[in-house]
Ligand binder design. Structure first.
Ligand SMILES: [Mn+2]
Length: 349
């Protein structure tokens, strides 16, 4: 497999670690001169997608704008503790006339779902604000900061540049995105700037323990049962540990697909492994078998390269993709690519 060389270059081009970032002036102009603004993020939204959406909504309202927040998928129960989630609309309620569309935390246009409709929206400026290293620059204005641990971190810098003081209404969702994307400040990209931004969000009124208890430290019994089924399949070979989740075990558990991501986080804690993967089987409406792949890696191994090669995306330590095929065939092919990545990344001896 040919790993994308441009990603390696992007890696090298990352901003200086811990250095504050600043939004491009053209993005600030777009925000300042627009009034009715559609704010969107990716399908199967995580804490950073929802947090950045609610945080941007609060920032825009503080600027006397009229933001509309929209997501393709309904929120899972864990995010119901965030005030304002009830204002987020679904694709059928999204209108056609806005001055500006802002898309948050989304590396490629196919991850937005139906809240962005190219027929209705292609004349409206599209501003992309994202921290994924695999971002494809699909907007009319793209602000991409792979050095940031979360899109929410970028929005704090944006509020500063717009002279909008941080309020509790902004701080709670923005800190939620930072906490969930860094697994509570445990990922390798948790640097000085992340901690400085966090301190400011705490001072603005966000409560860290409240966020952690409602997100990372909260899971349903059904999910634990599903992990049990996944852990029964776990295998390790040359530093790669992986598990599979059949559509049947998922159906029995009643757990939504994207809620099973935590298993890959757990597996990468295996001492003998550098890279973890989970393969979750599902069937599309037309009956096609699809495998949702999640990867995690210890520092020094960039799993976003493998995700990108299979049509997905993500970050060096955490990435994913969806591959058509059977559970056995896809997991074998992807594990082979992870072995190749691991061999290329190990220091020459
Ligand atoms: Mn994110």
């Amino acid at each position: 497999m040919n790993l994308d060389a441009s990603l390696l270059k992007q890696n090298a081009a990352c901003g200086q670690k811990g250095a504050p970032v600043s939004p491009p002036p053209r993005l600030l102009d777009l925000l300042e001169t627009s009034h009715h603004i559609l704010c969107i993020s990716h399908v199967t939204p995580d804490g950073d997608a929802i947090g950045s959406l609610l945080g941007l909504g609060a920032i825009l309202r503080a600027m006397a704008k009229r933001p509309v927040l929209a997501l393709q998928d309904a929120l899972t129960s864990e995010f119901q503790f965030l005030p304002g989630v009830e204002t987020i609309i679904g694709p059928s309620q999204v209108g056609r006339s806005y001055d500006l569309i802002v898309c948050l935390d989304t590396s490629s246009i196919d991850r937005i779902g139906n809240v962005y409709c190219s027929d209705a929206h292609d004349r409206i400026p599209l501003a992309v604000i994202d921290h994924h290293i695999t971002n494809t620059y699909y907007g009319t204005e793209n602000w991409v900061e792979p050095s940031c641990a979360a899109t929410c971190q970028m929005l704090v810098a944006m509020a500063d540049a717009l002279n909008v003081p941080l309020t509790e209404e902004m701080a709670l969702p923005l800190l939620t995105g930072l906490v969930t994307d860094t697994l509570c400040f445990r990922t390798a990209n948790t640097d000085e700037n992340v901690l400085q931004v966090t301190l400011r969000l705490l001072r603005a009124g966000a409560e860290l323990d409240h966020i952690v208890r409602n997100t990372l430290d909260s899971r349903s019994f059904s999910l634990v049962k599903l992990w049990g089924a996944g852990l029964a399949t776990v295998q390790i070979e040359d530093g790669i540990v992986w598990a599979t989740l059949s559509a049947e075990s998922r159906r029995q558990s009643g757990v939504e697909l994207h809620q099973s991501d935590g298993l890959a986080n757990f597996l990468v804690t295996v001492r003998e492994a550098e890279i973890s993967a989970t393969f979750a089987q599902r069937f599309a409406q037309n009956g096609q078998e699809l495998i949702e792949c999640s990867f995690r890696a210890k520092p020094g191994f960039n799993v976003s390269q493998v995700a990108f090669a299979f049509g997905g995306g993500g970050h060096p330590p955490a990435a994913g993709c969806t591959v058509a095929g059977t559970l056995g065939e896809v997991s074998a092919r992807v594990v082979a690519a992870l072995h190749e990545l691991r061999r290329q990344s190990l220091p020459a001896s």
